[in-house]
Design a protein around this ligand. Structure first.
Ligand code: BCO
Length: 300
């Protein structure tokens, strides 16, 4: 009995490790040493990344370091990876809202950490660590929203692009300030921004370190909506209500919708079509499909 349980545990652990590797971009073959960079990042503590999973299938991820405008310390980067793993294993989940504590989103990397890891090896490892985490976040079978209050600067702006949607509160601002720091995006935000707004607009936003308020963001297709409230709790309630129009319904169907779109977004057409077929097979003849056939709804 104990042996069977142990075997089962090992199988589940191995499956999870393989899944994480499949969803990640970098491994040892790319000169990436995850354990080394994690050990390094653990030396720079402060703040936290909090996750709460609600019964409605929506999870709220809070970037919590308000003293530094929610800048990412080393331990927060590691915690973000842990929370993403937790979300990958949340089979009832349908949606995700990422927001910052203290009514502001995130001011990017903690500049104290940036200074300490300014050598090339640490920089490359940190870049690969965050790209792996944000790629896995983007590929979650959850419909995700970045709720931008206050400022989303540098890495904070990059994080918003790993979400499916961006909702902004009045007076908020997304700004890729990297150029002013002698940098370019390194958490995958450059490549994702081009896909969201096109290369011309991305060049303007990165090249000019431009301030993007709600109106400009809407015009560029960088944000979907300006929420009525700038107040933290109200804005979160409004974001939840907005997201629930897409997450209402059975989890397997909502997750399948996200997977189809994620495949279409990332894969060459033929691979995306084959993936769509696989996902279609998971819902065809499933409980929601059979119930709908009995109800025969009219889609007026
Ligand atoms: C690949 C990733 C690349 C990156 O993310 S590099 C980092 C890019 N981000 C930045 O350069 C942001 C620098 N900060 C700012 O511009 C301003 O602090 C910001 C966000 C406009 C907010 O301005 P204010 O509202 O006037 O508030 P403030 O400046 O008094 O800030 C409050 C306290 O937070 C601190 N803070 C803000 N962003 C930080 C950061 N990224 N790293 C470390 N500390 C940061 C700021 O120094 C201040 O602390 P203190 O009160 O002076 O002790």
């Amino acid at each position: 009995m104990a042996l069977a349980l142990w075997k089962n545990f090992l199988q589940i652990t191995l499956k999870r490790i393989l899944q994480q590797r499949r969803l990640s971009l970098y491994n040892g073959a790319h000169g990436y040493d995850e354990e080394l960079i994690k050990k390094k990042l653990q030396q720079f503590s402060g703040g936290s990344i909090n996750l709460s999973k609600e019964d409605n299938g929506i999870a709220i991820l809070t970037l919590n370091n308000p003293k530094l405008m929610n800048a990412f310390t080393g331990t927060m980067m590691v915690e973000l990876q842990e929370r993403v793993t937790e979300l990958e294993n949340w089979k009832d989940g349908k949606g995700l809202i990422i927001h910052g504590a203290g009514n502001t989103f995130c001011s990017g990397s903690d500049l104290n950490v940036v200074k300490e890891i300014s050598n090339s090896q640490d920089g490359m490892n940190m870049c690969m660590f965050m790209q792996n985490t944000l790629t896995r976040l983007m590929r979650l079978p959850l419909i995700s929203v970045a709720l931008v209050q206050g400022k989303a600067f540098g890495g904070g702006a990059e994080l918003t692009t790993a979400c499916d949607f961006r909702l902004m509160t009045p007076g908020s601002e997304i700004r890729f300030v990297h150029k002013h720091m002698g940098l370019v995006p390194g958490w995958g935000g450059g490549a994702r921004l081009v896909r969201i707004v096109g290369s011309g607009a991305a060049l303007q936003l990165l090249g000019g370190a431009a301030r993007v308020g709600p109106e400009r963001a809407l015009g560029l297709g960088l944000a979907e909506l300006t929420l009525p409230s700038a107040e933290e709790a109200r804005a979160l309630g409004e974001a939840r209500a907005w997201l629930s129009q897409y997450t209402d319904g059975p989890a397997d169907v909502v997750r399948a919708v996200k997977k189809v779109v994620a495949a279409g977004r990332e894969l060459p057409l033929e691979d995306a079509l084959r993936t769509e077929k696989e996902i279609f097979g998971t819902v065809w003849g499933g409980p929601a499909n059979l119930q709908a056939l009995v109800r025969r709804p009219k889609h007026k």
